[in-house]
Ligand binder design. Sequence first.
Ligand code: PMV
Length: 358
Amino acid sequence: MAHEVTSTGPVNIAVIKYWGKRDTELILPTNSSISITLSQDQLRSKTTIRASPNFTKTRLWLNGVEELNLDNNVRLQNCLRATMKLRKEYEDQLSDEIGIDNVQPISSYKLHICSENNFPTAAGLASSASGFACLVYTLSQLYELPISTTELSKIARQGSGSACRSLFGGFVNWQMGTKQDGSDSQALQIAPHDHWPELEALICVVSDAKKGTSSTEGMQNTVKTSTLLQHRINNVVPERMKLMIDAINRKDFNKFAELTMKDSNQFHACCLDTFPPIFYLNDVSRAIIRVITEYNNTTGKPDEFKAAYTFDAGPNAVIYALKQNIPEIINLISKYFPPSQNNVTYFSNPYNLFSNEK
Ligand code: PMV
């Protein structure tokens, strides 16, 4: 009998950025990070997995057209292997309890996987985060794995580091961990999505082109060549993590905004400090930073902010702000960046977890 499950998974946007791996195989980061999981209304990945004893080969199609070659896709293989191993253990346990004839040996079936994003893939909009989180979550549903979301996050991490954070809704901490085997490099929820309903995110899609330098390649060049990254890892992020968790818990927008913008700036400074340098921001990104800075100046106080920008490994801006200021920010952005030239997409509250369409 064939088994099939479909789920959707959300994107997350970091406010304390992950950039750098200390173990490239297990995907162990050089610093901890914090993100917010966005609503699935407009950005989401969707994965359908079918397991059948009749399939002769495991296959994966991306966005309906492209069949991926799985043989040299180590990260995908790692996620598949880890979940299949857990399923096998579960089957063995069930066999002991209810008898081998009553257990479906799904762990031995080949899989057909269809994965799609309803937004540009690899354009710096966290498509690998939602994609791998969705894949691993769907596998856990297919295999009916009795494991916690944090345990699952350690598997998703091996697909794409930031994917571990997309398994939770709301505000999420990826603890870098210290162990060599990665068993303590995991995601934990700081607060659920309804903790701070006034906080919203606005995504400004500056370019939906595939990025020039992948995050995998970019971050390892930064690890190898940037002295600023070493300063960031040792002297900046540990304190910033504490301050950010505190700001989120207290719903202190001013502190949250200051830390978010400083951390985005430092991440891009590390990219610039990479040799040869990596440029993810373009002229429009920098103009958005200037507009938000001027907008924040209207508060008249250097430590009061109405909006916080952040940029991942691409030119697209994510602006975090309190609900009451969002209409003003949309007006500002559409005035300086007319929709004919720039597509501004608006997203509502940080949202929760996956919808399982099983
Ligand atoms: O998980 P990756 O390899 O796509 O790396 C993501 C890195 C950033 O998006 C730039 C920062 C982050 O923490 O999400």
